[in-house]
Design a protein around this ligand. Sequence first.
Ligand SMILES: Cc1ncc(C[n+]2csc(CCOP(=O)(O)OP(=O)(O)O)c2C)c(N)n1
Length: 667
Amino acid sequence: MKVIKSTSQINYKKGKLDAHLLLALYKNMLKPRLIEEKMLILLRQGKISKWFSGIGQEAIAVGVTMAMEEDEYILPMHRNLGVFTTRGIPLYRLFAQWQGKASGFTKGRDRSFHFGTQQYKIVGMISHLGPQLGVADGIALASKLKNKNQVTAVFTGEGATSEGDFHEALNVASVWQLPVLFCVENNGYGLSTPTNEQYNCKDIADRGLGYGMESHIIDGNNIVEVYTKMCEINASVRQNPRPVLIEFKTFRMRGHEEASGTKYVPQELMDTWAAKDPILNFQAFLKEQKILSETEEVKIKETIVHEINEHLDVAFNEEAIIPDETNELNDVYKPFDYQVDNENSELKEIRFIDAISDSLKQNMERHEDLVIMGQDIAEYGGAFKITEGFINLFGKDRVRNTPICESAIVETAMGLSIAGIKSIVEMQFADFVSSGFNPIVNYLAKSFYRWQQEADVVIRMPCGGGVAAGPFHSQTNEAWFTKTPGLKVVYPAFPYDAKGLLNTAINDPNPILFFEHKGLYRSIRQEVPVDYYTLPFGKASVIKTGQDVTIISYGGAIHWALETLSNNPEISADLIDLRTLQPLDTQTIYDSVKKTGRAIMLQEDSLFGGIASDISAGIMENCFEYLDAPVKRVASIETPIPFAKQLEDQYLPKNRFEAELKALLAF
Ligand SMILES: Cc1ncc(C[n+]2csc(CCOP(=O)(O)OP(=O)(O)O)c2C)c(N)n1
């Protein structure tokens, strides 16, 4: 810190705050500033990578954090070093995190502030910015459901308020009256974009009205104002849970990140805000008030600098991580100890849809916190009536109608998981998952690998064609997810499997996409145990056994294969129902292909990039010398799925399968 001002330019109203507390606010702001000044030197020396500066914005992170209880969650962004330091994280751990070392928080797997820690009740961002806001909704929902009287604070820049996630998260928080503090740091620029190109209202706080939400504007450079107002708001929200939108006016004094500079910012603006520096002004104020002497100031700074240097030594001296492929692979999924639970109960013939409904009901009984969320699932019972009657059994707190906002609800589910609550999200149709795609593939899928935080969420996906419902109500979009490490993908074809696998999915703490072919809902019946039972993931079921060919399929297409075999009793085939696509039971596939020497895949999705392609490649790589014919994939044609029946029939592979199977046998 170079300039020392003699008089304060900010009007501090210290009210009842005592000298001890004022000094604590000062020290807590000073620490991130001095760390940053050191980081800027290290950056110039090439000793650290990218740096996002929060210089000039410290009062917000520090004031908000100090106004919260230690066990209340904070979800910071990339300029909130002050949150991490105020929560008392040992500095060497932060330095190790930034250097990609093992004593950081992500085992070198993610950079800068992209991590969370349950120990310090901090949930760090993902690069996409906006998803933080919906995750805060989930944590706050958990606090409300458990009557904890806690607040959750989440940060965002003004730039990220333009993302849909912001709108969705505020709307959900307001409709559900969740105790979230939405803290917008309005620092003038989003990278190079000034506020007038980002939004078209006077203040972001004005938006509160539209969401039916209380809002405030706070001088983000005035630590006393930030702290006292946040203490007041927090006390009131703990008593009376509700969301509050708070706009902190501040300024970004350095580049978006160090390499990007500030050439596009008028010098005048820089000078105006430099005069409002939150630390220099507060320091001058403390001196005016005789709370801080020159000697104390020097001593405080020396102590912090000493701490920084000591911890930097620790981090620099720590060995670099030695890559170990097994370690990496073992951390993609949270270990799950599958429990066999096969009660020998009475059997009852039920439809596929009843199997899903039974499983959900039995799980709501077994897991007392389990929450189901989805559009129209409460009184209306869901688009397919699967949760009909559930609110009478479990109440509206646990069977939650949601606004139409797939992203925010997936993020809310993530937040619930962070706070220790399992949840199930029903997509009204699997097609609509695209509106919640980002948090699934970037937040839920990567969170365990990044910082060992499970995403204990099942996303139910009513999917599939053959029902003349057109391009947006017929897709089977499992391939969007099978390629993303961190997700499990389950796709049953029979009521027995549907119930047992859904039970396992709900027990498993990993994020699971559970596909339910809606064409099977009311057309497929089977005898199913009335009581609860589980089935393991990664175990295909061999429905028919034979000698001449291996047929591999799943979901609705299994029933086309069965029909083909029943129409052609002379064909001797192994028919493998994969049941789960991730994990995939390659052993059963390869054993069968080695026996029959021929393999054909039947997939409802269009061909390119589907799971059939990967299975085909796997067979080539593992069973080549056993093959008597090239591996064959049969799938839908490369168009979107059409509406008119004759077009849909042409699109789907059902009618082509028999000829392809016979051609393969004749090869
Ligand atoms: C979805 C997404 N789009 C773009 C970016 C690139 N990006 C990262 S930070 C940023 C600016 C964010 O501005 P703001 O929210 O105002 O926060 P600030 O950096 O000013 O603190 C941009 C464009 C991103 N990370 N994620």
